[in-house]
Design a protein around this ligand. Structure first.
Ligand code: MGP
Length: 214
């Protein structure tokens, strides 16, 4: 499955490189793709008993324009179509989607736990909105503190996490959380928690405590 995603991405790249209109056919503004502030990398995780968790994380592709984001998004399965147990992660290029990365090791994540029934109603909308917030740098002066986001598709209920780099920076964590809640239109009745990766790493079966809530 991961291999086929990689092959599909190569196919998109081939098409993008061959199907560009010839210069002169359109005015220049039609030919220039809209650059993003950052380059982003999509990762895919599929559980595999013969590999470690880290080895099962596959880097799929990177993009740095709005057009290439949409080509990718429109071509791959939506989160709700993934097999249970799988994840997508989208991180800034150079940051691996794991606690151990230098950019993540002092950070944490805003976690949105979904009910099972929300897979059909909310999962894909929330994930897309998170991706758009990230590539559009919607967190204003705190956008640099965002490392990436993860969607976990799980039988017990899917999870969405937005990872930030510094769990001690309360202003940044809270502002990112507030923006996220607003953009996802999560009502004040639903509580969202921020968990520090160092706590998640050692939780061993129990629930990780929330360091911040909104
Ligand atoms: P998970 O995939 O984040 O959540 O972590 P899941 O499957 O809902 O499980 P739960 O424990 O939250 O209920 C599952 C397991 O994957 C973890 O217990 C780790 O063994 C491994 N894992 C997850 N993450 C995010 C990391 C990571 O960043 N680094 C390493 N080394 N292992 C991780």
């Amino acid at each position: 499955m991961a291999t086929s995603i990689s092959e599909e991405i190569e196919e998109i790249d081939r098409k993008q490189n061959t199907e560009v209109a010839s210069p002169g056919e359109f005015p220049p503004e039609y030919l220039i793709k809209h650059p993003l502030q950052n380059t982003w990398t999509l990762w895919y995780y599929e559980p595999d008993r013969t590999k470690t968790w880290e080895e099962s994380q596959r880097e799929i592709t990177s993009f740095d324009t709005a057009e290439d984001f949409w080509s990718l998004y429109n071509h791959i399965k939506t989160a709700s179509e993934l097999r249970q147990g799988c994840d997508y992660s989208m991180f800034k290029q150079g940051i691996r989607p794991m606690w151990e990365d230098d950019q993540n090791k002092c950070g944490g994540r805003w976690l949105i736990n979904l009910d099972k029934k929300q897979r059909t109603t909310d999962l894909d909308n929330f994930w897309l909105e998170i991706l758009l917030c990230m590539i559009g740098e919607a967190f204003n002066e705190y956008s640099d503190d965002v490392c990436g986001a993860v969607v976990n598709v799980r039988p017990k209920g899917d999870k969405l996490g937005v990872w930030t780099s510094n769990a001690d920076c309360a202003d940044s964590v809270m502002e990112i959380g507030r923006k996220l809640k607003e953009r996802l239109r999560i009502t004040s009745k639903t509580t969202m928690g921020y968990q520090v990766h160092k706590d998640t790493m050692v939780k061993a079966g129990s629930q990780t405590k929330n360091t911040y809530t909104l």
